[in-house]
Design a protein around this ligand. Structure first.
Ligand SMILES: Cc1ncc(COP(=O)(O)O)c(C=O)c1O
Length: 400
């Protein structure tokens, strides 16, 4: 009898975390590596947030807290939902967990029965399908095509819904493509969902604030109030507030779901870190102006990377609305020979050869369910990005 649970055979370790580990390893061996694989801003957590955490430690806020969020944080989250999204969530409709990932995990684990289907537009964030699989559900992938801006269309959504569909996962701006949906595009999807009262919407808004060129962010529960009672609006402080290490994510949704998620959390991690929760209160209540300053830098980097990648033979790259990722196609490099002599047959071959020839680490599109593409995170300095893009150009120019 196998010692490790069968359920673990259904999933794989997060490929993005595996690549980040590979980058650490190669750097430790002394190799000159530029990592474009990280899913986190390179900016430091703002000082006012750090100070709030230090003050919380000094006040002795170092004990267990309310299970799924201290009242002060739930109030700050309710105010945030009202301010940014025009949504009214009561504290009892809010759940706080150890990162957005735990909140997502709780929601899917608390609701999925064997055989339930979850619609996931591809390319998708790597954790969605594996959490669905772990919960015993079936991920149903729907391709968001390049000609549609890598966004799900109402027709494709409608065709994927069956009587087994439990959730549709919606992520805008998207990891890995950076694509963000306009209000009209969201309405097209919510109009379809209005005709399917048993389907719930999980809107992952974690990149909400990272949008450029005056893009106006909206979220399904706001665009379609009729869906409010079957939508979980997921968010967190990791990305916009540069707090990936603090591990605070949250969601607003119907009380019945929030209670079920709390039950699960009560038997796993209990409350998220007391100190991080106080830091998150300051993040949401405190000054927000640094976000615009960071976004100015992100937009410049996006333009730099998109420009340089589009001057690279074999690659084409759209300019997305948000997040800190671009998702270029490497279709023009397939069947070409890399400097090592290996013929590139897939996007995975492309990123492996790029890493070994030029020391640039990106993530292959197959990990996100759409090939032949790769994901570049531009959450790193302009100098490093310029050098990385030069190396990518050199690599592609050298293909035979
Ligand atoms: C789309 C998306 N959702 C959720 C998360 C979870 O973020 P965290 O658990 O750090 O709050 C991430 C992180 O990479 C993400 O890219």
């Amino acid at each position: 009898m196998a010692f490790i649970a069968d359920s673990l055979d259904r999933i794989k370790p997060s490929p993005t975390i595996s690549i980040s580990n590979k980058v650490f390893e190669l750097k430790a061996e002394g190799r000159d590596i530029i990592g474009l694989s990280a899913g986190e801003p390179d900016f430091d957590t703002p000082d006012n947030i750090k100070e709030a955490a230090i003050a919380a430690i000094r006040r002795g806020e170092t004990k267990y807290t309310a299970l799924d969020g201290i009242p002060e944080l739930k109030r700050a989250i309710a105010a945030k939902f009202k301010r940014d999204n025009g949504l009214d969530y009561e504290p009892a409709q809010i759940s706080v967990g150890t990162g957005g990932k735990q909140v997502l995990f709780n929601a899917l684990m608390a609701t999925i029965n064997p055989g339930d289907e979850v619609i996931i537009p591809a390319p998708y964030w790597v954790s969605y399908p594996d959490i669905v699989l772990l919960a015993g559900g079936t991920p149903v992938f729907v391709e968001a095509r390049p000609e549609d801006g890598l966004k799900l269309t109402p027709g494709a959504l409608s065709a994927a819904i069956t009587e087994k569909t439990k959730w549709v996962i919606f992520n805008s701006p998207s990891n890995p493509s950076g694509a963000a949906y306009t209000e009209d595009e969201i309405r097209g999807l919510t109009d379809v969902l209005r005709g399917h009262p048993n389907v719930w919407v999980l809107s992952d808004d974690i990149y909400e604030h990272l949008v450029y060129d005056d893009f106006r962010f909206t979220t399904p529960a706001q665009v379609a109030p009729a869906l409010f009672d079957r939508t979980l609006t997921l968010n967190g402080v990791s990305k916009a507030y540069c707090m990936t290490g603090w591990r605070i994510g949250y969601a607003g949704g119907p009380e019945v779901l929030i209670k079920a998620m709390a039950k699960l959390q009560s038997q796993s991690t209990s409350n998220p870190s007391s100190i991080s929760q106080w830091a998150a209160v300051e993040a949401l209540d405190g000054p927000q102006d640094f976000i615009a300053a960071n976004n100015k830098a992100f937009k410049e980097r996006r333009d730099l990377v998109v420009g340089m990648l589009n001057q690279t033979p074999g690659l084409t790259c759209a300019s997305p609305e948000g997040a800190f990722y671009v998702y270029p196609s490497c279709a023009g490099t397939i069947s070409r020979r890399a400097p090592s002599g290996k013929v590139i047959r897939s996007d995975e071959d492309f990123v492996v050869e790029l890493l070994s020839a030029e020391g640039v680490a990106a993530v292959h599109g197959a990990a996100f369910g759409m090939s032949p593409f790769f994901r570049v995170s531009y959450a790193t300095s302009t100098e490093l990005l310029t050098e990385a893009c030069r190396r990518i150009q050199r690599f592609c120019n050298a293909l035979d």
